[in-house]
Design a protein around this ligand. Structure first.
Ligand SMILES: [Mn+2]
Length: 328
């Protein structure tokens, strides 16, 4: 049976002894990242610390757009000179925090994360690859520092867990501890019903049309083992593309018989391409390792990368890479 390893006393004492903090999460923040940042920030506030959150964004998705104001876009010189302790959550590599990595260079950092790929970075680390979400790691920190988990915090912790577990769907056998942690949060006043509505509801019609278009555009390749779809810049004139349909898209494409890998390519401004990767439960393909080869990162079954190359070139390179992996 799995249990979370204890957090180093050195890390706990460092947090206890410092006065000022910055809490940073990854670019294109998802539910786990933002919830981890907010839960971490509140933990520090409850300990009487001075703290700010920072994220390079973008915050374009409608359900998170209102949060932009709560997160700094840059670490200014004044803040840097006060030598804050930097907490980085839900990040597998320094590139995942974009330009903020340069802005915090030289400051002491602690990384709390659950990714299995990526380089070792940060002055101190508490990495638990088997944790379903980073929020459940932050929950361990609340317990270790003996800070009360209010209903509001419990909702943040549950929301990140629900995001990364596909609302319980990605949890495997013998992982009862994860359900017990979820049960603790429910006993603290979280309604899974309300959380589910918050996660899946409130979508615009334009979003649903966009999702339909991406499914319509999808292609079955490599004898049905790979499914690929893509979004071009012109899509934003015809659809609402700020709401990422990726989770629903991956679920639909992975449900096709025989599919092992799904890739979603999104053309960005300036000739860049964003790639989302998923692999099926039965597949041996490690998409986290694949994404890493392209400067990204993630997990064995879910990963992402952003590359400075044209969508057509990236698409071709990655289809070839998946073909090699499937033959291996
Ligand atoms: Mn995560």
């Amino acid at each position: 049976m799995f249990s979370y390893p204890p957090i180093d006393e050195e890390i706990l004492n460092l947090i206890r002894s410092r006065e000022e903090f910055i809490v940073i999460g990854h670019v294109s923040p998802d539910g786990d990242c933002l919830s981890s940042q907010m839960a971490m920030n509140t933990l520090l506030l409850k300990m009487g610390k001075t703290t700010t959150m920072a994220n390079a964004g973008p915050f374009e998705r409608s359900e998170i757009a209102h949060l932009r104001a709560d997160f700094l876009e840059h670490i200014d010189a004044e803040l840097y000179q006060r030598n804050p302790l930097v907490i980085i959550v839900d990040c597998s590599a320094p590139e995942r925090i974009s330009y903020l990595a340069e802005e915090i260079e030289g400051l002491t950092t602690i990384v709390f994360d659950h990714h299995s790929s990526g380089e070792q970075f940060g002055t101190y680390r508490y990495i638990v690859p088997r944790s379903v979400s980073t929020t459940l790691i932050i929950m361990q920190l609340y317990k270790a520092l003996d800070v009360e988990i209010s209903q509001e915090i419990a909702e943040h912790l549950f929301f990140g867990f629900a995001t990364d577990s596909g609302f319980f769907r990605f949890i495997n056998a013998y992982r009862g501890e994860t359900l017990r942690l979820a049960a603790e949060l429910v006993d603290l006043g979280v309604s899974p019903n309300v959380m589910s509505d918050r996660m899946t509801g409130g979508k615009s019609f334009g979003y649903v049309k966009y999702l339909g278009k991406l499914i319509d555009r999808s292609e079955s390749l490599l004898n049905g083992k790979l499914m690929v779809s893509s979004s071009c810049l012109a899509d934003k004139d015809a659809y609402i593309t700020t709401d990422k349909p990726s989770d629903s898209l991956y679920a639909m494409l992975l449900s096709v018989q025989g599919v092992e890998v799904v890739m979603f390519f999104k053309e960005l401004e300036g000739g860049k391409t964003e790639i989302g990767f998923r692999s099926s439960h039965q597949s041996n393909v490690d998409v986290g390792a694949l994404a890493e080869q392209f400067g990204g990162g993630g997990h064995k079954k879910a990963a992402g990368a952003t590359v400075d190359q044209d969508i057509k070139i990236v698409r071709k390179l990655l289809i070839e890479a998946v073909e090699r992996l499937l033959k291996a």
